[in-house]
Design a protein around this ligand. Structure first.
Ligand code: CA
Length: 229
């Protein structure tokens, strides 16, 4: 089921959209301000975000900028007010996928949603399995083997691994990894991430003391290299 996050502070619009999208078969969540919307987007990774511009706490542009900085994969459709041409240009510049001008017909919104979902599917096939070195990981079955022997990975370890795979070769900043894997309001210590990476190394590296795949990037964070350092 495709999931939609509605970030909209006008209750009657939010409620109307929620009911109609549920009726169309989407799983729907609503946030009534920008900050809450941002946190829900990071924590729940919806397929689509409907994002109002004028919002309390963070406005729509601020939310959009932060979502794109964190490389949240959701398709984002801006809900702009009539006649706000500048809003549209700015939103598209900041990485919105599409926009729709209020007031709009539900049929028009549905057409936009289907179009962005189609585009998203065509160039963003999520990796379902992975092999590197002696390791095979199946993200769908949540299973992994080393040299054909099954090993246990926790949900968090899987999420961390998936992030590394999606962003293979990039130096990933610590804060970004923590936000993506543990959520926006995570308040653990810095050591938590290091401990998780250490566990991935112990489980998946040939020699965890000399990591080839999960490499430390000094002063920044970590980098995943499928073919080894
Ligand atoms: Ca508004």
């Amino acid at each position: 089921m495709d999931s939609v996050l509605i970030i909209e502070d006008e209750p009657h619009i939010a409620r109307g959209l929620e009911q109609n999208l549920k009726f169309e078969g989407f799983s729907v969540r609503v946030a009534n301000d920008g900050q809450t919307g941002l946190e829900m987007a990071v924590d729940r990774q919806p397929d689509i975000i409907l994002l109002d511009v004028m919002l309390p706490r963070l406005n729509g542009f601020e939310v959009l900028r932060e979502l794109r900085r964190l490389q949240i994969a959701a398709a984002i459709i801006m809900l702009t007010a009539k006649g706000e041409q500048l809003d549209i240009v700015r939103g598209l510049d900041l990485g919105a996928d599409d926009y729709i001008t209020k007031p709009f017909a539900l049929s028009e919104l549905m057409a936009r949603i289907r179009a962005v979902l189609r585009r998203q599917r065509s160039h963003c096939v999520k990796e379902e399995s992975l092999s590197f070195g002696r390791v095979e990981v199946d993200f769908k079955k949540f299973s992994a083997t080393v040299d054909g022997r099954p090993i246990k990975l926790t949900t968090r370890e899987m999420e961390l691994l998936r992030l590394f795979v999606e962003r293979e070769g990039e130096a990933l900043p610590r804060e970004e990894i923590v936000t993506r894997v543990w959520g926006y309001d995570y308040e653990g210590t810095d050591r938590t991430l290091d401990n998780f990476v250490l566990r991935l190394r112990q489980k998946l590296e040939p020699d965890s003391g000399k990591p080839k795949h999960f490499v430390t990037v000094r002063g920044i964070g970590y980098r995943f290299l499928r073919n080894g350092a």
